[in-house]
Design a protein around this ligand. Structure first.
Ligand SMILES: [Zn+2]
Length: 256
C-alpha cells in the first residue's frame, strides 16, 4: 500500500474555485514545489478552520496531504497579506492579470524560486508603485526571462549585428529585434507577429529586462509608451503560450 505523504509548504494563493457544496479548489504557487492545485474541503462552511486563510495574494504556510487526485489541505496559516482585492478597478484587473499570467506560464510541480520571489515582490510593491504600468511591464519581462522566453533586445536576431540608432522591428516568431535590413527579407505572412519599435520603446524594454525595480524607478518614462509596450509584450506572451489570457482583454481597450 502506498504511504500517505504530508508536506508543509510556503505559498501564495493565485485563485480558488468553488467546488461542490462547500469545497474549494485552490491554485497556489509555492517556494518548494512550484504551482499546484489542492482541495480545501468544507472551507465554505461558516465554522471551517481553513476559512479566510486561503484568499488570493495571501502568503500562507500550508500543510497538504498528497492523495491520488488532488492534494488535500489539512492546515493553513497566514504568513502575511501581500495585497488584497482592491476596490480600484484598474488595480484589481492588473492584479488578476499578474496572477493569470503566472498561472498560465509556469508548469505544475516545477520549482522556480526566482519566479516565486518575483511574484511576492510585485504584490508587495504594487500599492506603493509610483508607476503601476511600469511595474507590470517589469513583471512581464522578468517573467519571460525567468521562463526562458526573454526577447533578444541588443542585437538583430537575424544577422546578429548591433542595432543602429534607427527604428527597428520586434518579431514574435524570431523572439526579438529585427533590423530594417533583415526586415526586407521577411515574408508578408509573418507581419501579423511583427511590430515596429522606435528607439525609446527598445530602451524601455531593455531597462525593464535588465534593471532592478529600484534602478528602473529613477528613469523618467512616458506613461503612454509603457501602456503600448504592455500590450505588445502581452501579445508576445499570448503568442508564446499559445492562448489568450482572459484577464488581458482590458489591456486592448486602454482602460488603464
Ligand atoms: Zn539584421
Amino acid at each position: 500500500m502506498q504511504k500517505i505523504r504530508t508536506e508543509s509548504l510556503t505559498g501564495i494563493v493565485l485563485r480558488s474555485i468553488s467546488v461542490g457544496e462547500a469545497d474549494r479548489l485552490v491554485i497556489i504557487v509555492t517556494r518548494e514545489r512550484g504551482k499546484f492545485k489542492c482541495l480545501a474541503r468544507g472551507v465554505r462552511k461558516p465554522k471551517s478552520k481553513l476559512g479566510g486563510f486561503l484568499e488570493p495574494m495571501h502568503e500562507v504556510l500550508i500543510t497538504v496531504q498528497f492523495s491520488r487526485l488532488y492534494p488535500i489541505v489539512k492546515d493553513v496559516r497566514t504568513i502575511g497579506v501581500l495585497n488584497e482585492i482592491s476596490n480600484n478597478v484598474p488595480h484589481y484587473l492588473y492584479l488578476m492579470y499578474i496572477a493569470e499570467l503566472l498561472e498560465s506560464f509556469i508548469l505544475e510541480d516545477e520549482t522556480n524560486l526566482e519566479i516565486f520571489d518575483l511574484y511576492k515582490f510585485v504584490l508587495k510593491t504594487f500599492n506603493n508603485a509610483h508607476e503601476v504600468n511600469m511595474l507590470i511591464l517589469f513583471f512581464q519581462l522578468k517573467l519571460l526571462m525567468l521562463c526562458g522566453y526573454g526577447p533578444e533586445l541588443s542585437a538583430c536576431v537575424e544577422c546578429r549585428s548591433l542595432l543602429n540608432a534607427e527604428d527597428q522591428y520586434f518579431g514574435f516568431v524570431q523572439g526579438g529585434i529585427i533590423c530594417p535590413r533583415c526586415m526586407v527579407g521577411i515574408r508578408r505572412t509573418q507581419y501579423v507577429h511583427i511590430f515596429e519599435m522606435n528607439l525609446q520603446y527598445i530602451k524601455l524594454l531593455r531597462l525593464s529586462q535588465r534593471e532592478t525595480w529600484n534602478k528602473l524607478q529613477t528613469f523618467k518614462v512616458n506613461s503612454e509608451d509603457i501602456g503600448k509596450l504592455i500590450q505588445i509584450i502581452n501579445d508576445y506572451i499570448t503568442y508564446v503560450i499559445d492562448r489568450k489570457l482572459k484577464s488581458a482583454r482590458f489591456l486592448e481597450f486602454g482602460h488603464i
